[in-house]
Design a protein around this ligand. Structure first.
Ligand code: 5GP
Length: 177
């Protein structure tokens, strides 16, 4: 039996709280939300909608980033820019939006990449953070909830491209991995 960690209603509340925190910090300043595909999709869409209620001046772009194979991190983070504009993040306030913070290696690599490309300010926003797994000195600026160190799926998070469509987040039992 799979354990539901966060229901659709709980996720909605968490995302609304994250949007309120971002809006309080960025009122009157343009922000580029940079989603890490593919897992960010439902989270980013809901976050944008919530930010629009606060009238934050938003632009949205994406990077394609991968490190996981099945339920294990390869430790090698690959970044692919999707914007055709080479200078898309130069002198901008960028908030990286990712589904889950685990070892921190993805955020570490993407932050360094954005700084090298000339972003004015780089912040990070994650929906979930796994307790006790951080291998870096990075702490996400905006974090929805801490979860136990289990493999989770749903609300954009996949296992071999399955389960992304679930409106909730559940633990994937080891016998299904
Ligand atoms: P990190 O680089 O922080 O170890 O991992 C970040 C990325 O690993 C996430 O964006 C996500 O793609 C993947 N990931 C880490 N933990 C999980 C998990 O529990 N479930 C799923 N589906 N992906 C995870």
């Amino acid at each position: 039996m799979s354990e539901i960690l966060y229901s659709e209603a709980q996720l909605k509340k968490v995302v609304a709280e994250l949007a309120a925190a971002i809006a309080a910090d960025f009122m009157g300043q343009p922000v580029l939300l940079l989603g890490l595909l593919k897992g960010c999709q439902p989270f980013l869409a809901d976050l944008c909608r919530q930010l629009s209620y606060h009238q934050v001046d938003l632009a949205v772009d994406y990077l394609q980033v991968s490190s996981y194979v099945g339920s294990a991190s390869s430790g090698k983070v690959k970044i692919k820019q999707l914007s055709a504009d080479e200078a898309f993040c130069r002198r901008r306030n960028v908030i990286i939006v990712d589904d889950i913070f685990d070892t921190g290696l993805t955020l570490q690599k993407v932050m360094a990449w954005l700084q090298a490309k000339g972003a004015a300010q780089v912040k990070s926003c994650v929906l979930l953070s796994k307790s006790g797994c951080n291998q870096t000195a990075i702490v996400p600026d905006y974090c929805g909830v801490e979860i136990p160190a289990a493999f989770v799926v749903g609300y954009g998070l996949d296992y071999n491209e399955k389960y992304r469509e679930l409106p909730y987040i559940k633990v994937l039992p080891e016998n299904e991995q």
